[in-house]
Design a protein around this ligand. Structure first.
Ligand code: SF4
Length: 345
């Protein structure tokens, strides 16, 4: 069965041509799926009844269902756990901050990069998500938020998985996400985050020219990064920073450097100094995230004072550095935690 909601606009046109139909039928179906959120051919009233009937036998829609959600009593952020057709589960989190909702979506079930501080990393890699499953998270959350007349303002590919390790499906999802007839998000509002798969970054920019990039750096020496992010043994800090310096970043855009502050690992003023050196001259902003320990984590959060000292040092040295609010522990905030809970309990 062809998953009809895993196809870009062009692929849908080609699909209808392959069925001996007019290509514009593809456009019609595309608008029903993404513009109107319809998940049944019989509701696509501008398709002839015969074609509706034919499609029900050869094509289907991606199944993704909300299994659980938790609302943070601290800030109203919502963590979702979705059930996929094959019984696997993924998480998304709608982060509420100053009237905006940023939705953090998953690109894989589990992850093969094994970052030491990450609950998803400890799950290991299970499988890639299809484009339909990636977008399904956005559609489901939008549907949920609509009840309270809320809507998603920004999307970040920063949930479970490494997006660049599932690049083909991620690229398709980006195309549909940012297409006016698709989900209609402005490019400015969509960010792809990578742990540093240096060999895939060029392709991302080649195909998705206006994409916003975030890079999880999290350490300023190879010794520490090798330990907490094993991907560093393939592409070390120098490889990564050299790649960032060659990217065709558009005027007024900045790369986001994500830096999870972990107690006693990467939170000293020496780290802050090295960080400044590493990013010197690059169009970047730094997002500091206070580590949120998951079950069984060997690491812990730094004190508020240490975090403040780190941020102040960056700001005093003219680096734009935000402290990203860590999601409340009350909703198993960090990536992979709700999934882990379901698979342990
Ligand atoms: Fe994978 Fe990201 Fe977790 Fe690293 S931090 S293991 S890249 S999900």
């Amino acid at each position: 069965m062809m998953k009809i909601d895993c196809l870009t606009k062009k692929q849908l046109r080609d699909y209808f041509i392959s069925l001996g139909e007019e290509p514009y039928r593809g456009d019609q179906v595309y608008k029903w799926i993404y513009g109107k959120g319809v998940k049944s051919f019989s509701e696509m009233t501008d398709l002839p009844a015969k074609l509706q009937e034919k499609l029900t036998h050869i094509a289907s829609f991606t199944e993704i269902r909300t299994l659980d959600y938790r609302v943070s009593t601290n800030d109203g952020s919502i963590k979702f756990l979705f059930l996929l057709e094959d019984g696997n589960k993924v998480e998304s989190v709608a982060l509420k901050d100053r009237g905006r909702i940023t939705l953090c979506i998953s690109s894989q079930v589990g992850c093969r990069l094994g970052c030491e501080f990450c609950t998803t990393g400890r799950i290991g890699f299970i499988r890639n998500l299809s484009c339909g499953e990636i977008l399904g998270q956005v559609i489901e959350v939008e549907r949920f938020l609509k009840k309270s007349e809320d809507t998603v303002s920004n999307i970040v590919y920063m949930g479970m998985g490494e997006p660049l390790d599932n690049l083909d499906e991620v690229l398709k999802s980006l195309e549909i996400l940012t297409d006016d007839d698709g989900l209609g998000f402005s490019h400015r509002r969509v960010t792809v985050s990578t742990a540093g798969l240096v060999d895939k970054i060029d392709k991302l920019f080649e195909i998705s020219k206006q994409v916003n990039l975030a890079v999880s750096l999290n350490a300023t020496t190879d010794r520490v990064r090798d330990r907490i992010m094993p991907v560093n043994k393939r592409f070390n800090i120098s490889n990564l920073m050299t790649k960032l310096r060659t990217l065709p970043i558009q005027k007024r855009k900045r790369i986001t450097i994500e830096y999870v502050l972990i107690k006693g690992v990467n939170d000293t003023l020496e780290d802050a100094k090295r960080l400044i050196k590493l990013i010197k001259g690059l169009p970047v902003k730094v997002n500091l995230i206070v580590f949120n320990p998951g079950p069984g984590s060997a690491y812990s959060s730094p004190t508020e004072e240490t975090v403040q000292r780190f941020q102040n040092y960056l700001v005093e040295n003219h680096i734009t550095a935000f402290l990203r609010k860590s999601l409340g522990k009350d909703i198993d905030g960090a990536c992979g935690q709700l999934y882990a809970k379901y698979n342990i309990e």
